[in-house]
Design a protein around this ligand. Structure first.
Ligand code: MG
Ligand code: MG
Length: 271
């Protein structure tokens, strides 16, 4: 069942979303060769708890599996749901950090893929294309459009550059639950799927691979990797559907400030 949110509920989701953004900003300031994902995870957990919230992923259950981290930290060929560990990050790695919080009964959820030191031009292009596809998808998330318009924008942009669009995992509604209906695929046909209504709040989160779209799950039951071991990228925003323009609830502003990079600029025209 889909829950459309009131303006009041959307403001509470914005507060949760903002805390996620600030937490990822703290993480961004620390990402460098030599730091471990377990260290980043500890900083994220403390920051979230210091701000009166709970990590949303820590203790998250799927059957008998319990996720142990505050962040999902997915390095290189890990697509999503990687478990923080003590292995130091290395120059040239890419790290997807996915963060969720529960603040005053409402969830926040956002992800960003970081370059660790200098990365190859090839991997840099994967990151920027994935980022662009997120923004192109969000540009479709307006009242009266359809879910397929979001997915089609993402898929067309990424497949047009020879990348694999992960189909096994999708975005989702969000609110008082971390994962609500509807599912938000990163693929689809223009004009197909559920009609988008004002007040629908969803996470748009393209997971894009350098090579094949195929993925497999590791023996830990969580970590999703690319089937061909080529790298993957993942960016995620929470948005509220509005007429004319989507309201982006999460922000990468804190990350961009920490990284001292210019805010994202769309390099392709939006149809
Ligand atoms: Mg997420
Ligand atoms: Mg999500």
């Amino acid at each position: 069942m889909v829950h459309l949110k009131s303006d009041k509920e959307i403001e509470r989701l914005r507060a949760s979303a903002d805390l996620v953004g600030r937490t990822l900003g703290e993480v961004a300031a620390l990402v460098r060769p030599g730091v471990s994902t377990a260290e980043l995870d500890k900083v994220a957990e403390e920051f979230i708890r210091d701000h009166g919230a709970e990590p949303a992923f820590k203790g998250y259950r799927v059957g008998s599996l319990v996720f142990p981290g505050t962040l999902c930290t997915s390095v290189n060929d890990q697509v999503v749901h990687g478990i923080p560990d003590n292995r130091p990050l290395e120059e040239g790695d890419v790290l997807s950090a996915d963060c969720g919080v529960l603040l005053d009964g409402f969830y926040g959820d956002s992800a960003y893929t970081f370059a660790v030191g200098d990365i190859s031009d090839e991997v840099s292009a994967l990151l920027s294309t994935t980022y662009e596809s997120l923004m192109l998808g969000i540009a479709q998330a307006t009242t009266g459009k359809r879910l397929g318009d979001i997915g089609s924008a993402i898929q067309t942009h990424c497949e047009g550059r020879g990348y694999g669009v992960v189909k096994d995992l999708v975005g989702h509604g969000i609110g008082r639950q971390l994962h609500e209906d509807p599912q938000v695929p990163n693929f689809g046909r223009t004009g197909s799927g559920r009609k988008l209504k004002t007040g629908l709040t969803v996470c748009v989160e393209p997971m894009i691979n350098r090579g094949t779209a195929s993925v497999r799950t590791e023996g830990d039951g969580w970590t999703v990797k690319t089937a061909d071991s080529l790298p993957s990228a993942h960016y995620e925003h929470m948005i509220a559907v509005r007429p004319g323009e989507a309201d982006v609830l999460t922000t990468f502003r804190y990350i961009e400030e920490a990284l001292d990079v210019l805010p994202y600029e769309l390099t392709t025209s939006v149809a």
